[in-house]
Design a protein around this ligand. Structure first.
Ligand SMILES: *Cc1c(COP(=O)(O)O)cnc(C)c1O
Length: 393
């Protein structure tokens, strides 16, 4: 097989060499438990606190407001359940959107079973929520608004600062799942009035299985896992020291060359979309054209089954995604694509390409050449396409 060309950075990323280098001592020499008070315990404790500082300086909060978790999904669970349980006396209404990641949507479903009342906001054809809709749905018993910073399928970036302003005015807590955005977009939790924010290291060239959550000082958020008193009693369990060190290094690196990397990646993305639109008929680019993550491209290829396209590309060493990685293997059309109004028949022919810092123009040319050939071949095997062409001609 040819070498791997990886275009699925929204699913996960490879650990950066520099990140790995900082992590390695914490798998061997520095094995002390951070809760132990002898020297090698204090060393790992110090490493965790350094990582905490690196995260807090990136989003402009106090290091004490950062808590490490096991993944982005856990951070989302903690934010929603933690706030819901701790503020039950104030109300049981939570507002979110129809396009959230399953880590938020399925947590909301659990909360519904426990008596919470959830409103799922619609989005427009670009994937943006409507601020007026949000204002109108707020009630006296609304305790939390949870809107993702950027969508993992179509890359659309939500109006976070505007949402934060409304939440603050109405005295409602505001959580954002920033798992896709952080490392790609500048985030300032003060300026944006964010009260809780989720992140996950493996989406920004850090290791898998470690996440973090920002919880603003003084807000009520219960722990959701019982045990020891680690992470200021918010998250029981001995810390994943190497992972936390990796998360800290990775977030620092992402923001060091943010603009340079973003320009390179978005230029490559625009080049990819231009080549596809020029060479392949009957395609539709999804997501907002400007308010979009730099590396994200989500394109529907009419008369094609996305899964067949993905598998054919895989045979040539190309990694892409159909909807979100979490829903691959199921044949249901993506909830995000349905929410932006795509009919089932078009949604199912959708390919998500997410570019990263190691991709080159040559990689993209290889992808486009393969797409042109495979789409043509698959369409010529589709009776729907052949009928369409016959009736058109
Ligand atoms: C990947 C992802 C998650 C889940 O993060 P994990 O660390 O894989 O649990 C949550 N939300 C969004 C938007 C994501 O893209």
């Amino acid at each position: 097989m040819s070498r791997i060309r990886y275009f699925d950075h929204a699913a996960t990323t490879a650990v950066d060499e520099e990140v790995l280098k900082e992590m390695i001592p914490y798998f061997s020499m520095e094995y002390g438990n951070p809760s132990s008070i002898y020297t090698i315990g204090r060393n790992t404790k110090r490493a965790i606190e350094e990582a905490r500082k690196r995260v807090s300086s990136v989003i402009n909060c106090d290091a004490k407001e950062i808590y490490f978790t096991g993944c982005g999904s856990e951070s989302d669970n903690l934010a929603l359940k933690g706030v819901a349980y701790a503020n039950r006396d104030k109300g049981n209404h939570i507002i979110t959107t129809k396009i959230e990641h399953p880590a938020v949507l399925n947590t909301c479903k659990t909360l519904e079973k426990e008596g919470f009342n959830i409103t799922y906001l619609d989005v427009d054809e670009d994937g943006l929520i409507n601020i007026e809709d949000l204002k109108n749905i707020i009630k006296d018993n609304t305790i939390l608004i949870s809107v993702m910073f950027a969508n993992n399928e179509i890359g659309t970036i939500e109006p976070i600062e505007e949402i934060g302003k409304i939440a603050r005015e109405k005295n409602i807590l505001f959580h954002t799942d920033s798992v896709q955005a952080i490392g790609n977009v500048k985030i300032d939790v003060q300026k944006m009035n964010i009260d809780l924010l989720s992140m996950s290291a493996h989406k920004f060239y850090g290791p898998k299985g470690v996440g973090a959550i920002y919880i603003r000082n003084g807000i009520k958020c219960n722990k959701i896992q019982d045990g020891g008193h680690q992470e200021k009693d918010k998250r029981a369990g001995t810390e994943n020291v190497a992972g936390i060190v990796g998360l800290g290094k990775a977030i620092q690196l992402s923001y060091k060359n943010l603009e340079e990397n973003n320009n390179k990646i978005s230029n490559l993305r625009d080049y990819y979309e231009m080549q596809v639109e020029k060479n392949i008929p009957y395609v539709k680019v999804n997501g907002h054209r400007d308010k979009r993550l730099p590396g994200n491209s989500n394109i529907s290829f009419k008369f094609i089954d996305g899964e067949s396209l993905l598998l054919n590309l895989d045979m040539n060493g190309i990694c892409v995604s159909t909807g979100s990685a979490c829903s691959s293997g199921s044949t249901d059309p993506s909830h995000v694509l349905l929410a932006i109004g795509l009919p089932d028949s078009i949604a199912k022919g959708t390919l998500r390409v997410t570019l990263g810092k190691e991709n080159t123009k040559e990689d993209v040319d290889y992808l486009v050449d393969n797409l042109i050939a495979i789409v043509k071949r698959l369409r010529n095997m589709s009776s729907e396409y052949l009928n369409f062409i016959k009736n058109k001609g």
